[in-house]
Design a protein around this ligand. Structure first.
Ligand SMILES: NC(=O)c1ccc[n+]([C@@H]2O[C@H](COP(=O)([O-])OP(=O)(O)OC[C@H]3O[C@@H](n4cnc5c(N)ncnc54)[C@H](O)[C@@H]3O)[C@@H](O)[C@H]2O)c1
Length: 307
């Protein structure tokens, strides 16, 4: 599989490339960036490790280098300016993203190409990608709550000294303020987490999960390692046609009464992209949380100035 990363010279794009290099599954990684020197520098640094990591082709490219990609991951984005409102930042990112979609129209893409949207606001941009580019919805997915989910599992494990890989717990819905913790199915080694933690402990760990991104930005400027691993988890599931079920964002087709909006549900991933977005039997307050996230996203979608 050839993966193109648009925004590959930035923090998230280059960390995703490193996670893909360590995974050793994809054949080729092309880093594409508006700052070609950063893309070239990151690609060269990664290439220097190929003799130890694996037999992959890693290089920088311009947008034409995405033409024969099997999967294109988009991590290009802007950061908030001092005193800038959330909506103003959203509008700038929507405008930037639309520019990328326009540049993708100028090349002849593989018709089977799958897009993985990482740039924020990820659920809004995933919908923009489907509706503006007119690409088949099953071939467009957003990273959604995959990163929130790994943060939640890792923070639950840290709180009780549980092995992180044996904690199964989900965050669903919006990748944002309305993200929804799913306690009804959370387990550690098969045991129900909701019965092992007090409600105060549950509230604290969920609050740490909700504020995790802001905390990392405050301490080191932006997230990199965990989001890179999250991106690689999704790409490997697709590359190997594993049919893994991950909480990526995709366009709703009636789940919980939702249509058109993109948000995260447990989603079967295969070589064709989204095989199915599932509608599990959750607690009523969990379904209400997902629906509240959908309303917040619809409200933002109605306000963005460029569609
Ligand atoms: N979905 C998630 O879970 C998640 C997690 C972390 C970060 N993010 C998002 O990822 C995005 C990138 O974050 P970052 O920390 O890597 O930022 P960054 O500033 O380090 O990197 C962004 C890169 O995008 C490039 N770029 C800008 N416009 C471009 C264009 N038109 N074409 C190609 N490249 C372009 C820049 O040159 C830069 O190298 C942000 O939108 C951020 O909010 C999403």
């Amino acid at each position: 599989m050839k993966v193109g990363i648009i925004g590959g010279g930035g923090r998230v794009g280059s960390q995703a490339a490193f996670a893909l290099q360590c995974g050793g599954i994809v054949r080729e990684i092309a880093l594409i960036d508006a700052n070609p020197d950063m893309a070239a520098g990151e690609a060269l640094d990664l290439l220097h490790g190929c003799a130890l990591a694996g037999d992959q082709r890693i290089h920088a490219a311009d947008i034409k280098g995405a033409a024969d990609a099997d999967l294109i991951c988009i991590t290009a984005g802007l950061r908030r300016q001092p005193d800038e409102s959330r909506l103003a930042l959203i509008n700038r990112n929507v405008s930037l993203y639309r520019g990328i979609l326009d540049s993708l129209r100028t090349i002849s893409l593989n018709s089977h190409c799958i897009f993985l949207v990482v740039s924020n606001p990820v659920d809004i941009l995933t919908r923009l990608h489907v509706e503006y580019l007119g690409w088949p919805a099953r071939q467009v997915l957003g990273l959604g709550t995959v990163l929130d989910t790994t943060r939640f599992r890792s923070l639950l494990a840290r709180a009780r000294n549980w092995p992180p890989t044996q904690v199964d717990a989900l965050i669903l819905g919006e990748h944002g303020d309305a993200m929804t913790p799913i306690w009804s199915s959370a387990t550690v080694a098969g045991m129900p987490v909701a019965k092992l933690l007090s409600s105060q402990q549950q509230a604290e760990i969920f609050s740490q999960t909700q504020t995790a991104g802001a905390q990392v930005i405050k301490l080191k400027g932006g997230a990199g390692y965990a989001v890179g691993l999250s991106i690689a988890e999704v790409i490997h599931a697709i590359a190997l046609d594993r049919r893994r079920i991950l909480p990526v964002s995709s366009q709703m087709t009636g789940q919980y009464g939702l249509k058109k909006v993109c948000l995260s549900l447990p989603t079967v991933l295969g070589r064709g992209g989204v095989e199915a977005a599932l509608e599990p039997d959750l607690w009523p307050k969990e379904i209400a949380g997902i629906q509240a996230g959908a309303r917040a996203l619809e409200e933002t979608w109605g306000k963005i100035s460029i569609k």
